[in-house]
Design a protein around this ligand. Structure first.
Ligand SMILES: *Cc1c(COP(=O)(O)O)cnc(C)c1O
Length: 348
């Protein structure tokens, strides 16, 4: 395999992350052999998929002379937490523009954003959604007027630059599967801002192994992700065409097949349902895997439901990419039983 030329990155993650088979789960479901790509182990503070994208995006920020990172997401955004902690690690300032409503507890990712020293502004969804561009421009102008050099990172670091995270992540996974003696027919991931899906879809297309990247949406529709993935890929190809030279032929976006399931979103972004909580409990009990109710839980639940429905019947090996997110579990603790029994000794 010859890999394509790539830009500089700042090394932040512990790579490669492990790949391991989930044989008890595979046996219980009676479908394909399921493998876990453990991107929840990229790093503790920067855990999950976002750090792969940030390695490239932050290299671009530093090269452009930035001293202040601005980014956005939900109040419990994993991406914002990873950005805040990466900024601290690199000695940069960080401002998070969060979509409310504000939570009553300083918990999960929000707690970590605070610990990392980020500036945090929360706007209610009714203002954030329609006026985001003005809010962003306001803060960019604010920092410029202070003599700082701000750098804006889009939601989830999902753009042409961030795409490199999972192009290179695809190569890493491909090599591990070859060492294990198989080529997966299907790769599963959760999709939210689309960058992981786009990077994996492009990465496996470039590897030319006929592997299908199946994303499970946690918000928005399949047609939204179709658009988003192709837009990010087009941006990538345009931006890096001098670097890529002749290693990438034709208009890549037109050659991709984008596969998104919108069947397991439930009531909405970060909102769960009982069957989801059951699948998350199964993953923890059967294989010792911690999932979160916003992203990985929905993708995992979707994958096992689709296996039960026979949708992966001809598939021998399927890789579930664990994209992290465990801090998002704690603010949703009310959905899970506490089975601890308080005992006395001696027993009565
Ligand atoms: C952000 C996130 C995703 C989705 O990745 P995108 O690239 O934003 O689509 C999946 N899982 C976790 C845990 C995340 O934080």
């Amino acid at each position: 395999m010859t890999s394509i030329p790539r830009p500089e990155k700042i090394s932040l993650a512990n790579l490669p992350t492990p790949l391991r088979p989930l044989d008890r789960l595979s046996e219980q479901l009676g479908g394909p052999r399921i493998w876990l790509k453990q991107d929840e182990l990229t790093e503790l503070a920067l855990s999950g998929n976002k750090v792969r994208k940030l390695e490239y995006v932050l290299a671009d920020a530093v090269q452009s002379g930035a001293d202040t990172l601005l980014t956005c997401g939900g109040v419990q955004s994993n991406h914002c937490r990873a950005t805040a902690l990466a900024a601290a690690r690199l000695g940069l300032d960080c401002h998070l523009i969060l979509r409310g409503p504000m939570e009553t507890d300083n918990d999960g990712n929000l707690l970590l954003d605070n610990l990392a020293g980020a500036e945090i502004t929360v706007y209610d969804g009714s203002q954030f959604v329609p006026h985001f561009d003005q809010i962003r421009d306001h803060w960019l102008a604010h920092y410029k007027s202070q003599g700082q050099v701000p750098y804006f990172i889009p939601m989830g670091a999902s753009n042409g630059v961030g795409l490199w995270g999972y192009i290179t992540g695809s190569e890493e996974l491909y090599e591990q599967t070859q060492t294990e003696g198989f080529t997966p027919e299907v790769i599963v991931c959760a999709t939210g801002s689309g960058g992981t899906q786009a990077g994996l879809t492009l990465g496996w297309h470039l590897l030319n192994r006929h592997t299908r990247v199946q994303a499970y949406a946690v918000c928005d529709s399949a047609s939204y992700f179709q658009q988003k993935v192709l837009t990010d890929v087009a941006h990538w190809q345009q931006r890096y065409s001098p670097l890529l030279g002749r290693s990438v032929a034709g208009n890549i976006a037109t050659q991709l097949s984008v596969h998104t399931s919108e069947d397991y979103i439930g009531p909405g972004y970060a909102r769960g349902y009982p069957a989801l909580y059951e699948s998350m409990t199964l993953a923890a009990e059967l294989e010792g895997i911690l999932l979160d109710p916003v992203y990985t839980g929905k993708a995992f639940h979707g994958m096992i439901e689709d296996i039960k429905l026979g949708n992966y019947q001809s598939v021998k090996n399927i890789v579930f990419v664990h994209t992290g997110g465990v801090y998002g579990l704690f603010p949703q603790r009310v959905h899970f039983n506490n089975r601890a029994r308080v005992c006395t000794w001696p027993e009565e």
